[in-house]
Design a protein around this ligand. Structure first.
Ligand SMILES: Cc1ncc(COP(=O)(O)O)c(C=O)c1O
Length: 413
């Protein structure tokens, strides 16, 4: 639909497509999603089978098209669309995204990605001297770098526990953090899904633990939103950061930062904000002119995601991984660095073969089988990371299985 938005400046009307692209028909029936139909929505490579979706999800073809159209429209009278029309459209996107995440729109700020969101939160806190930030050494390296920077700049201490991995024992995970809490602990930062092996952490229980001790909970949800049903008010966290360009499949540059409403005045923005915005989430978005078409296309990506449904997506990702895990776990030299119980595993599975370095195995799969994976060299999880997506077919998985079996056969005794 093409509507005419009337600008506040001189009543100029210019065409602007304000409605999101309709969700494709027949993607989901009463029998559940039609995965072949879902696959047809993606522009897939002919030469690579992409099993590295943890890095970044592709955006469906119709979302890329919508983004190009928005960009072209915005370019007709750029200052009008950038400063007047698109900000109004972003208000609606924020409302829809807040409802998806189970928070208020006044608690959700759009950021470029998880990294920027967590940096804003962590660097914006006024922590007392000798305060401690508790986290794990399985957290994302860039975020650990941010904490390191904070430690070097201010008189605070970062305490990194080593979480038991792989495990599905929530109590053991909680205990690792509990044992490291001291009277100086002010912040607990943890990943909802650990990036190196896809292990799901008990977010609500960890936030309850933080609350019990009067500690702020900050959750890195880069991989959780879109893969797991995430309801922020039920999780009860103080802050949450995510990247919609991962498992929601939005165009790159779409991240979200949640800060519980009453905490907003306690966190400084990275950029100057007008006086009077101390209590407003808006104070975190004064980063200058930045691309708004991607924010608007986020709504289309969310609609597409909701068209499949988070629960359906989660079941599919579990199923795709189960196919190959069941086949290769029988092989004596194959080991897993991810929990295999459904309650604790996600789309990211860390697997290895004794005798193969992660690097060599990943390269072999790519060169000989066109299977693209990533690697983890974390001391507790050395292996390749396999992360399929909703467009992955049974045939793609069969190729992965053949590749792993062949590698296993040629592994040294
Ligand atoms: C756990 C975790 N946190 C943060 C990030 C950073 O995400 P982004 O690059 O979108 O900021 C990643 C990226 O893979 C991640 O795995």
């Amino acid at each position: 639909m093409r509507r005419f938005l009337v600008s506040a400046v001189g009543g100029i009307a210019i065409p602007f497509s304000t409605t999101a692209r309709p969700v494709p028909k027949r993607m989901v029936s009463v029998h559940g999603p039609n995965w072949e139909r879902v696959r047809s929505e993606y522009a897939l490579s002919d030469s690579i089978l992409n099993f590295h979706n943890a890095g970044l999800n592709p955006t469906p073809r119709r979302i890329s098209k919508r983004l190009s159209e928005l960009t072209a429209q915005a370019n007709e009278v750029p200052a009008l669309s950038q400063f007047r029309q698109m900000p109004r459209m972003v208000v609606e996107v924020r409302e829809k995204m807040a409802s998806f995440l189970g928070c208020k729109p006044t608690e959700l700020s759009f950021q470029v990605n998880t990294t920027q969101a967590l940096e804003t939160i962590l660097l914006g806190m006024d922590l007392p001297e000798h305060a401690e930030i508790l986290t794990s050494d399985q957290d994302y390296p860039s975020i650990l770098n941010t904490l390191d920077l904070l430690q070097r700049r201010k008189n605070i201490k970062v305490v990194k526990v080593s979480l038991p991995t792989p495990t599905s024992d929530d109590e053991a995970l909680i205990e690792s953090f509990r044992a490291a809490i001291t009277p100086q602990t002010r912040v607990l930062l943890f990943s909802h899904i650990i990036n190196i092996n896809g292990q799901i952490l008990p977010a609500k229980k960890l936030c309850d633990l933080a609350k019990e001790h009067g500690i702020l909970s900050v959750v890195d949800g880069a991989h959780a939103v879109g893969q797991l049903p995430v309801n922020l008010s039920q999780i009860g966290c103080d802050c949450y950061a995510t990247s919609f360009h991962k498992w929601v499949g939005a165009p790159v540059g779409n991240g979200g930062m949640y800060i519980r409403e009453d905490l907003i005045p306690d966190i400084w923005p990275n950029w100057g904000a007008p006086v009077g915005q101390e209590h407003s989430i808006e104070k975190f978005e004064h980063s200058g002119t930045h691309p708004l078409p991607i924010r608007i296309a986020l709504e289309d990506a969310l609609d597409f995601h909701l068209g499949i449904g988070t629960e359906n997506k989660r079941s599919r990702l579990l199923e795709l991984n189960k196919w190959w895990i069941d086949e290769v776990k029988k092989l004596p030299k194959v080991y897993f660095n991810s929990p295999l119980e459904e309650s604790h595993r996600s789309s990211i599975i860390n697997v290895g073969i004794t005798g193969w370095s992660p690097d060599k195995l990943s390269t072999y799969l790519r060169k000989e089988w066109k299977v693209f994976t990533s690697i983890s060299m974390h001391p507790q999880a050395k292996g390749i990371r396999v992360s399929p997506n909703v467009y992955t077919s049974r045939q793609d998985v069969e190729t992965l299985i053949l590749g792993i079996k062949q590698a296993h056969q040629s592994a040294p005794e």
